[in-house]
Design a binder for this molecule. Structure first.
Ligand code: ATP
Ligand code: MG
Length: 236
């Protein structure tokens, strides 16, 4: 569903991503882990069309998206949740959710989609009429994920969904994300919290200094003590 071949991303003179190739197939959850500054967010922004890569090819659903802009890529069904994605805090949880469904083209379709999405987030169902500002950190994070799902994405590219959450809310958030596979959604999950992410992933990639330095079964990355020391990094 998503394929990268030899992708390089630059910020001026800095090379943030070097020659990265990877793929994510339908219904698969791939974790991308690595320490601060590894290039994870730069890679995500390149995939989503927020920053054009300096080299390489990115394909999504069989289409070359390397030179498409962010709205065009999002319209194809690839939804990017950047780090620290803000909610409209004064709007209710319901209105935040409905705002995520504008691509569906009608309010009736948005409400229909809301009825499909809500059962995946029982904790939100009772908070729909409250402003997002009153939700806890974990609840806000679920709202961000739920809002993204309102657009019926084929692939979710999620950057650090557990940032700032306590251990329990972090685990619950990743469980919710892992559950999305059941609907066929592919997920590329970027996490600094490697232990948690590898616990829910089907496959894992570790990135360091712009390169993919390990790839395989999550278990194999977790069991590689040297890799853990060198590359997986500690939680901020
Ligand atoms: N807009 C930018 N302008 C210049 N340099 C940047 C920019 N964004 C990122 N970089 C640099 O690119 C490199 C990779 O940064 P990136 O944010 O992609 O890493 P990351 O793996 O997401 O790190 P973190 O875990 O801290 O979020 C770093 O050296 C960073 O300083
Ligand atoms: Mg980042």
């Amino acid at each position: 569903m998503l394929e990268l071949e030899h992708v390089t991303v630059r910020h001026g003179a800095t090379i943030a991503v070097r020659d990265v190739s990877l793929s994510v197939t339908a219904g698969e959850l791939v974790a991308l882990v690595g320490p601060n500054g590894a290039g994870k967010s730069s890679l995500a922004r390149a995939i989503a069309g927020a920053h054009r890569p300096a080299g390489g090819v990115i394909r999504f659903a069989g289409i070359d998206i390397t030179r498409l802009d962010a709205p065009a890529i999002s319209a194809l069904g690839l939804t990017h949740l950047p780090e620290g994605r803000p909610l409209a805090l004064t709007l209710t949880a319901r209105d935040n959710l409905l705002s995520g469904a504008y691509v569906l083209g009608s309010m009736a379709r948005a409400h229909e989609r809301l009825r499909e999405v809500l059962p995946m987030f029982p904790a939100l169902a009772t908070r729909l009429d409250q402003p997002a500002a009153l939700l806890s950190g974990g609840e806000r994070q679920w709202l961000v994920v739920a809002r993204a799902l309102m657009a019926r994405p084929r692939l979710l590219l999620i950057d650090e969904p557990t940032l700032g959450l306590g251990p329990r809310a972090a685990r619950e958030t990743l469980d919710v994300i892992a559950g999305l596979r059941a609907s066929g959604t592919a997920i590329l999950l970027i996490e600094q919290n490697a232990a948690l992410a590898l616990g829910v992933a089907d496959r894992a990639l570790a990135m360091s200094a712009g390169r993919i330095v390990a790839e395989g079964a999550p278990r194999s990355l977790l069991d590689d003590a040297g890799l853990a020391d060198r590359y997986l990094g500690e939680r901020r």
